[in-house]
Design a protein around this ligand. Structure first.
Ligand SMILES: Nc1nc2c(ncn2[C@@H]2O[C@H](COP(=O)(O)OP(=O)(O)OP(=O)(O)O)[C@@H](O)[C@H]2O)c(=O)[nH]1
Length: 210
């Protein structure tokens, strides 16, 4: 759950995608600035402090290795991840069409399992990884951009292997999105509050005049 303490915000982020797309590579690059090549299949939860627009924020990042079950909306494990998270990084490899198709399904699963009422912008960033392997590309940049546009998500193409800066942009972009989505939820709560008090006044007037 997101927690606001004056200038400080804690947020939970889950990184999802099919196997071998570079989820762990992306996270490790963000946390350590390094690319180490092999990462194993261990599920991990990291906490990392970032400063975005002068605000210190703690990000809890869940690196969840892929299992076929993930793409089943009935998966309890999956529901748990979606409900825990304030923001989502959905990763595919630009050399793997199936991993790209899986991202569309993940977006649908998030929309089904998460209460997104009041979100002006979805706290989701779509990442096309392995940009350095562009000679093996099977997914065009435009396709990624179009998917993000149609689902109201942010989009980046990166290479966890070769570039730290673009990976940093992914997580900073997500933090912005989470903040924006929280503001719109607050606005909605405010509007709901006004509607509630107005209807209370009208109900009272009606009973007074009886
Ligand atoms: N060329 C290239 N290889 C990458 C890149 N990112 C990751 N890899 C490689 O892709 C393979 C899979 O990377 P991981 O980070 O383990 O992928 P994952 O999505 O966490 O995989 P699972 O744990 O199976 O879910 C490894 O051999 C990485 O070295 C990249 O940007 N470019």
């Amino acid at each position: 759950m997101t927690r606001l303490n004056g200038q400080r915000m804690d947020a939970n982020v889950v990184v999802l995608g099919t196997d071998n797309v570079g989820k762990s590579a992306l996270i490790v690059r963000f946390l350590t600035r390094r690319f180490i090549g092999e990462y194993g299949d261990i599920e991990s939860l990291y906490t990392h402090n970032v400063v975005v627009d002068g605000r210190e924020q703690a990000l809890n990042i869940w690196d969840a290795p892929y299992s076929q079950q993930d793409l089943s909306s009935e998966s309890l494990m999956y529901e748990k991840r979606v409900q825990w998270a304030d923001g989502f990084v959905l990763v595919y490899s630009i050399c793997d069409r199936a991993s790209f198709n899986a991202v569309s399904r993940l977006i649908q699963i998030i929309k089904t399992n998460k209460d997104i009422l009041g979100f002006e912008k979805m706290p989701i960033v779509i990442v096309g990884n392995k940009r350095d392997l562009h000679h093996h590309r099977t997914v065009l940049s435009e396709e990624g951009r179009l998917l993000a546009l149609s689902a109201d998500c942010q989009f980046y193409e990166v290479s966890a292997a070769e570039n730290y800066h673009s990976v940093l942009m992914v997580f900073h972009g997500l933090v912005d999105r989470i903040r924006e989505s929280r503001v719109s939820v607050k606005k909605l709560a405010g509007i709901k509050g006004i509607v509630k008090s107005m209807s209370a006044v009208f109900t009272r007037r009606r009973t007074d005049s009886l």
